[in-house]
Design a protein around this ligand. Structure first.
Ligand code: COA
Length: 160
């Protein structure tokens, strides 16, 4: 079965990579779909996010990196797919995820959203937290792979 794992990945963290690794073991193919939303203020460009995901997932042969804009359901249909993976970290994610899954079902009734529970050590992790720590020169070694840590250091070089 082919599944799509959508998100902003600004930048990818060990929390995302845990979901990607576990999905790659359960499904034949995992397409990571990075949202290219020009109205959302991202730290990393879409090209940079693609590069970081390609480098951090190259050990998984059945994982592919792609980008999308517009509605998730239209993209999923275009890809000939009907299953989406989302990670659930804490109860706080639940309401938002439930709302998205129900709205998506309205526009694409055959689409299923499968939730994977985060590993306990990553329930507090988010891309914003990582960016905040890195922006103050803090160490993010235990939250992101080296290549992402270096990309963050480059972004924040010289401070604001
Ligand atoms: N581990 C660590 N962090 C995680 C995580 C995990 N397993 N899962 C999510 N996160 C974090 C992300 O890092 C991100 O952190 P941030 O807010 O600090 O940046 C946050 O949770 C939300 O991330 P993400 O999963 O990227 O969701 P999103 O809200 O940015 O995007 C889309 C979700 C892309 C699926 C959704 O916006 C979408 O489908 N957009 C397309 C338009 C559309 O169809 N809209 C209608 C949908 S109802």
């Amino acid at each position: 079965m082919k599944v799509i794992y959508p998100g902003s990945f600004d930048p990818v963290t060990y929390g995302h990579l845990d979901i990607i690794e576990r999905s790659s073991k359960k499904f034949d193919k995992v397409i990571i779909a990075i949202l290219n939303n020009k109205s959302k203020k991202n730290l990393f460009t879409i090209e940079e996010r693609v590069r970081l995901l390609k480098e951090t997932t190259k050990q998984f042969p059945n994982v592919e990196i792609d980008t999308f804009s517009g509605l998730l359901t239209s993209y999923v249909k275009e890809k000939g797919c009907s299953t989406v993976i989302r990670g659930l970290r804490a109860v706080s994610d639940f309401e938002y995820e439930m709302q998205m899954a129900l709205v998506n079902r309205k526009t694409y009734p055959e689409m299923e959203t499968i939730f994977m529970v985060s590993r306990a050590e990553y329930v507090f992790l988010s891309s914003s937290i990582v960016k905040e720590i890195a922006s103050f020169g803090g160490k993010v070694t235990c939250f992101v792979p080296k290549v992402v840590e270096e990309a963050l250091a480059n972004k924040f070089k010289g401070g604001f």
